[in-house]
Design a protein around this ligand. Structure first.
Ligand code: ADP
Ligand code: MG
Ligand code: MG
Length: 257
């Protein structure tokens, strides 16, 4: 299986060190949960992995199958199979869901492609999209919607899951930061992810939503505190944190807390 490895990763934002030596390895087929209090650096790790320019790696390495990807731009990382939910702009005026997905899929499957060249054949794309939406119980009408325009929480999650299904990444990072997700949205992402995950996908779920982790039981749970992973365990660690919060973790790691 392919592996995504993070070695001693230090990351700064505008000159301030946020991640202070993160180590983590995710293999295809594994589900990992990343938890930790607000401001501990979870989203910073997610953005850094996909190559967001604002996050500067000052030390350490990110490797896919042993090859360092520190210097690659986000689209190159996507071609290597890395996917971050919500990596598309909040709204793109005049772009429909289907158009967006056709471009995204074409970019990933045809690495040499230049802007405006050789999109995936419309007929093939439409069939694949239709089949995928059927499998995910997403109404066909959704493909004709303008991207994100007036999307509900649940529709944003449908978009995220549909992207995941069409792009078939080797490593998917889901940063479910929004504690305001309604129950429809949580259900969509929980059920969708469990349908899509399997031996071909490694998943890093960043979440506080217990339901998401009930549907997608992590083999590994990591706790981040002040820019470091201070504890790693199995699904029972996630349950313990849901039940008891982070006070115990802080007590066990006073230097970080
Ligand atoms: P989490 O996702 O665990 O809540 P974040 O990664 O969002 O944590 O934030 C970690 C720390 O980095 C916080 O102190 C936050 O204020 C800071 N930070 C994160 N992103 C930025 C940014 N783009 N600009 C400035 N500070 C940031
Ligand atoms: Mg966050
Ligand atoms: Mg959350």
């Amino acid at each position: 299986p392919a592996s995504l490895k993070i070695e001693n990763l230090h990351v700064g934002v505008e000159g301030v060190e946020i991640l202070k030596g993160v180590n983590l390895e995710i293999r295809q087929g594994e589900v990992h949960a990343l938890m930790g209090p607000n401001g501990s650096g979870k989203s910073t790790l997610a953005y850094t992995l996909v190559g967001h320019p604002k996050y500067e790696v000052t030390e350490g390495r990110i490797l896919i199958n042993g090859t360092e990807i520190n210097e690659l731009d986000p689209s190159e990382r996507a071609r290597l199979g890395l996917f971050l939910a919500f990596q598309y702009p909040v709204t793109i005026p005049g772009v429909r869901v289907a158009d967006f997905l056709r471009h995204a899929v074409s970019n990933i499957r045809n690495p040499g492609r230049k802007e405006g060249e050789e999109l995936m054949k419309m007929k093939d794309f439409r069939k694949e999209l239709r089949d995928t939406m059927k499998e995910l119980n997403i109404d066909e009408e959704f493909a004709r919607r303008y991207l994100n325009e007036g999307f509900s929480g649940g529709e944003k999650k449908r978009m995220e899951i549909l992207q995941l299904a069409m792009l078939k990444p080797k490593f998917a990072i889901l940063d479910e930061t929004d504690s305001g997700l309604d129950s429809d949205a949580v259900r969509v992402v929980s059920e969708g992810l469990s349908k899509l995950s399997g031996p071909h996908m490694g998943v890093l779920i960043i979440t506080h939503h217990e339901r998401l982790l009930e549907y997608n039981v992590p083999q590994h749970t990591h706790v981040m505190l002040a820019g470091r992973i201070v504890e790693t365990g199995d699904a029972s660690l996630a349950h313990d944190l849901h039940a008891n919060g982070y006070a115990g973790v802080r007590e066990r790691h006073p230097a970080a807390a």
